[in-house]
Design a protein around this ligand. Sequence first.
Ligand SMILES: [Zn+2]
Length: 102
Amino acid sequence: MNKKTKKHRSLSKICRSGIIRGSILIMRRKCGKENCKCNKDTDYKHTSLYLVQKTKGKQRMIYIPKSWETKVKGWVNRYHELYDAIEELSEESWEKLINREK
Ligand SMILES: [Zn+2]
């Protein structure tokens, strides 16, 4: 498989699996329930994940349910993969322009 084919395949895989721009924020908190572990153990806190996204100059945030965490992390990672792939292609085109190679 040549380099081009490989890139193309990973691109279609990325598109099928979903993609999202943003960063994952981990919130740590105490729930306030008297009998909870977080009340007894001073170091223990509940964690919940949020996706933070800057869009149209504004920041928005969405809660990621526990059962969605793996899925959303995958979406976020794929965004970075795709971004890196685009940057790589851009760099290749830059080189082509330098070398007048069509
Ligand atoms: Zn608690």
